[in-house]
Design a protein around this ligand. Sequence first.
Ligand code: PLP
Length: 456
Amino acid sequence: MTIHANSTQARDIAHALHPYTNLKLHERIGPTVISSGRGIYVRDDEGRDYIEAVAGLWSASLGFGGEESMVEAITAQLRKLPFYHLFAHKAHEPGTDLAEKLIKMLPLPNGRVFFNNSGSEANDTAIKLAWYYNNALGRPRKKKIIAQMKAYHGVTIAAASLTGLTRNHLDFDLPMASVRHCDCPHHYRFAKEGESEEAFATRLAEQLENLILREGADTIAAFIAEPVLGAGGLIVPPKTYFDKIQPILKRHDILFIADEVICGFGRTGNMFGFETFNIQPDMVTMAKALSASYLPISATAISEPIYEVLRDNSARIGSFAHGYTYSGHPVCAAAALEALRIYETRNIVGHVQKVAKPFLAKARALLDLPFVGEVRGIGLLAGVELVRDKKSKASFEPARGVGMMFQTEAQKHGLIVRALGDTIALSPPLIITGEEIDDMYLRLGRTFDAFIPQLN
Ligand code: PLP
């Protein structure tokens, strides 16, 4: 691609520092400039259309345009009250309505909802609340948080520490001292020869309990997990995993924080991932599809028992001194309310259940291709892991960047996918139709046809 002087590409290279980007490579190849969207499609500034097979960042659940009621809800709120905050006994209708709505949807009766702007902040808030809670209970040592290797919980200092991926720590002086990582629940990669999913889950649960005992349960505040690990490789935990670890956490009085930033609002075929995996959380963090990504908003919901402790402690020390200027921003809250209304009135969960069948069947059919080692998925989430040797499961040399090569090739075939290492993630907008799924796999098939010869 030629980059013309003064083009958007040239100005971008000169001025913007991009998230999750090889900055040196960016100077050479520049960005793909996305200028419009409709449904599951986005269009670049040269008029090329792409199927956005990851819903942006697993987030644009209603696609990239065409939802007039979202635009109306947002503009109506902008006209009425473009900003107000929730500090110090102030409220506004969209904020109150959204908190009430979420508590009705969650298994946290009489719980409370705290608003943030991003998934990372939602998880940071969860950690701060767990600390505040344990200080209030006179347990100042009970502060460590356990997260899984390969989990993704965000990039702020605390959330990046929870994230179990080396690249998020390297040269950022992370993780912080109070985080511990437990084993990654990925059967294909970490089970022993012949070990069933259930036996693997039992071993992981034992290893988790050993970690707790080694550290001392009186030093551990919370365990955090995504129901399905997303950005760390799209890993569906083995059968019985959550059934086995939850009693252990309960026994040691360790809070369960469910990170629903990707799984929440239909993605796994239920409204929340914790329903799919029978998790009983003490806190739930949500973002992304909460507002269908029309505007940034996230939430941290807590159970009633946690709330009561926070309430009494804030009275004792004078304030619950946590909050962002934009916590519960009224326009973002209005967007979220409308997104939730659409999910319900259009039965988005039922739709996901219906289209997930062909989506997953077509994903699994890719296993017949050379270099496809594992296909995993649930709902409208699928991960296709590319390997050098299918029999031994040997990976490609990381320096070859095979996943990125695939991502680049897919774009030439009108398909935006996301490479997580050498796993190709598919997580399309939840509104995708059966025909659009066919079209997506047609483009994926063409990508494989052009890509496989590059590997031989
Ligand atoms: N938690 C999960 C499961 C995520 O996938 C992400 C982002 O991808 C985050 C948290 C962080 O969200 P954000 O990027 O909005 O800070």
